[in-house]
Write a protein that binds this ligand. Structure first.
Ligand SMILES: [Zn+2]
Length: 390
């Protein structure tokens, strides 16, 4: 039998063929309701996973499943776990709980889920309100024990980063952002914390703008003394508000200074795996701007290869090279690298935000220090009438 409709899938599940229904209990534990406002309720769609394996969804309330295409009610049940098998899904469905949270493979989430067939896999997409999303992002990106003004700076930066991507990359695609460091880390309700929740709610609706437009609010762990120009890290990007600035507040970071040894064999292997096998390495040259490596030239037996600095950094897994703010010297094995900071270095320095907050500076002071010529404005005043789009 070919399953062409989720209703078929769910019917078949009753016979134990496709979807498996279990008795379950899904305690919700701590759950705070986000105060309602137009700004906090902007919907955002986060890709949680692309799965080849079945995905289980449960709730302490009723689970209600609709066809995304027709809106038709396909299933509702109480106290069951619904298992979605990739090979059996043929249309998009939305899954919501009548009350409480949805648990995806036992992890609790706010909002609704969309299950989207994609080839041999299914996409699990969490649609929720902007501030609900931030309740999980902020503690996933910064320690919740830090001073409140640093947490508020992170909350406003994360909100602005999300809005920027909604405005600039929102498309007909099934999701807006994923849940990884590629955008912002999002881990659902289990990451939420009372202090970071306070930071999100007390800054609700606030964004960072340049000339009235939300900025691309990049942030990173530790700049190492001076933040980076965006144009020195990513070719072809030069946003005035992402100019490098003196920091001087992040010396307490565990990544303020670091050293790592890169063996010649390790470098050869990393470069070859990305760009095709190269000859024996004869020379490596590092070009810098404002103290940061912008380009790496590797000369080898059969030619040379020019690698953008950020691409070179990412060739080495596990953050072997924590930042491009570094000096290299030759040693017996290859290179000894002495560096400062962790991350791309553009925009808000998180450890710097902590340092400024400890010196009594406000979240506004912090954001205006790391982003040049910006204002902190209510999202509702954004001249593009952004809210009208939703
Ligand atoms: Zn810094």
């Amino acid at each position: 039998m070919r399953i062409t409709h989720c209703r078929d899938l769910l019917k078949a599940s009753a016979a134990g063929v496709l979807c498996i229904l279990f008795s379950c209990s899904a305690p919700d534990g701590y759950m705070l309701n986000v105060p309602r406002s137009a700004e906090s309720e902007i919907p955002i769609r986060i890709l949680l996973s692309r799965s080849d394996a079945p995905v289980s969804i449960s709730s302490s309330g009723e689970i209600i499943i609709h066809s995304k295409r027709s809106g038709e009610l396909l299933h509702r049940s109480l106290g069951k776990t619904i298992k979605f098998a990739p090979e059996r899904m043929s249309e998009r469905v939305t899954v919501e709980a009548s009350s409480g949270l949805l648990h995806v493979n036992d992890a609790p989430y706010r909002g609704v889920m969309e299950i989207h067939p994609s080839g041999e896999s299914i996409l699990v997409i969490n649609e929720l309100k902007l501030d609900e999303y931030l309740l999980s992002v902020v503690p996933s990106e910064i320690p919740s024990s830090w001073p409140l003004e640093a947490l508020k700076a992170q909350a406003v930066a994360a909100r602005t980063y999300a809005i920027y991507h909604l405005e600039n990359t929102r498309s007909a695609g099934p999701y807006d952002l994923d849940a990884t460091t590629k955008f912002q880390v999002y881990r659902g309700v289990s990451a939420e914390n009372e202090r970071t929740t306070k930071a999100v709610l007390s800054t609700s609706g606030k964004i960072i703008s340049a000339d009235g437009v939300p900025i691309c609010a990049y942030f990173h762990s530790t700049c190492g003394g001076r933040t980076a120009n965006d144009s020195d890290v990513w070719k072809g990007i030069d946003l005035g508000y992402l100019e490098g600035v003196e920091c001087g507040y992040c010396a307490d970071s565990p990544s303020a200074e670091w050293t790592v040894e890169l063996g010649l064999n390790e470098i050869h292997s990393a470069v070859s795996s990305k760009f095709g096998r190269i000859g024996k390495i004869k020379r490596i040259t590092f070009h810098k701007e404002s103290g940061r490596v912008t380009d790496v030239i590797v000369v080898h037996d059969s030619g040379s290869i020019s690698i953008p600095g950020n691409s070179f950094r990412l060739l080495f897994p596990g953050n072997r090279i924590k930042s491009l703010y570094m000096d290299c010297e030759k040693n017996d094995n290859g290179l000894l690298v002495r560096g400062r900071g962790w991350g791309h270095g553009v925009g808000l320095c998180q450890y710097g935000a902590r340092g400024m907050a400890e010196k009594g500076r406000s979240y506004r002071d912090i954001l205006k220090h790391y982003y040049s010529s910006v204002d902190i404005i209510p999202l509702a005043r954004h001249p593009e009438t952004y809210l009208a789009n939703y």
